[in-house]
Design a protein around this ligand. Structure first.
Ligand code: GLY
Ligand code: MN
Ligand code: MN
Length: 243
């Protein structure tokens, strides 16, 4: 059964694609609900309301909404802090749609604009994540992905020290799905790619996570509808109605 879960068939891919769109829109709703003084659970509520209204069974795992110091807490899900301008909020969220999971993380500034320090850390995580996505294709191993990322970082003059969680995990009927580690990628596999940088002393954690489907010649980002480029994130936040 574990081997059967490793490769998604056409029907499973159709559900996963729909879930990618649904969960992306839910995270966008949470971004729109963000403002200084809002509680973390208000963002969770916005995302959960969206998926429930659109046919999901619920979240695929306990939603993580960590602002300020909580952005550094792995699998934080109390979601009970009031967020402040000047901080980032890290949200890790995915729906359970027809028994298939999705896994997205975005990190954004509560005020709507990243500080210089946040921006620099964000750029490192984003470049690493994009380099991983670039490398994902049939036949590639996790070592090949690591080598490609190292090469791209050297070319761009980026120091990725402190980065964790780049390569990620299978996604399918479970968020952390079963499957053999270290095997070359095959068409029909689905993975979450989730690099992050965490500086607890600065109360700053950045993670950017997308779920991707391995295709015949690369990969398809199922969660591409949620913005992750800095200017796109700031543009979306600029459209909010601040109460
Ligand atoms: N949401 C759990 C994880 O990203 O692995
Ligand atoms: Mn996640
Ligand atoms: Mn993940």
């Amino acid at each position: 059964l574990d081997r059967m879960r490793m490769i998604q068939d056409a029907h499973e891919i159709e559900i996963l694609r729909r879930n990618g769109k649904l969960s992306s829109k839910a995270v966008i709703e949470a971004m729109r609900a963000t403002r200084p003084g809002a509680m973390e659970y208000e963002l969770e509520a916005a995302a959960v309301a969206h998926i429930l209204k659109n046919g999901a069974a619920g979240p695929a795992y306990a939603p993580i909404v960590g602002s300020g110091p909580n952005s550094c807490v792995w699998h934080y899900n109390r979601n009970h802090r009031k967020m402040q301008a000047g901080e980032v909020v890290l949200m890790d969220f995915g729906a359970d749609l027809n028994h298939y999971a999705m896994d997205i993380t975005r990190t954004w500034p509560v005020s709507g604009k990243f500080t210089q320090e946040q921006r620099e850390a964000y750029k490192v995580a984003l470049e690493v994540q994009k380099a991983c996505i670039d490398a994902y294709r049939p036949g590639v191993t996790s070592q090949d992905v690591r080598d490609h990322v190292a090469e791209v970082m050297k070319e761009k003059g980026i120091d990725p020290r402190g980065l964790t969680g780049g390569i990620g995990h299978y996604v399918g009927m479970a968020t952390h799905d079963v499957g053999p580690r270290g095997v070359p990628l095959q068409e029909g596999m689905v993975f979450a790619i989730e690099p992050g940088l965490y500086y607890p002393e600065k109360e700053l954690g950045i993670r950017i996570e997308d779920t991707v489907l391995i295709t015949a010649d690369g990969c398809e980002v199922l969660t591409k509808d949620v913005p992750k480029e800095i200017d796109e994130v700031e543009a979306l936040l600029a459209q909010r109605k601040m109460k």
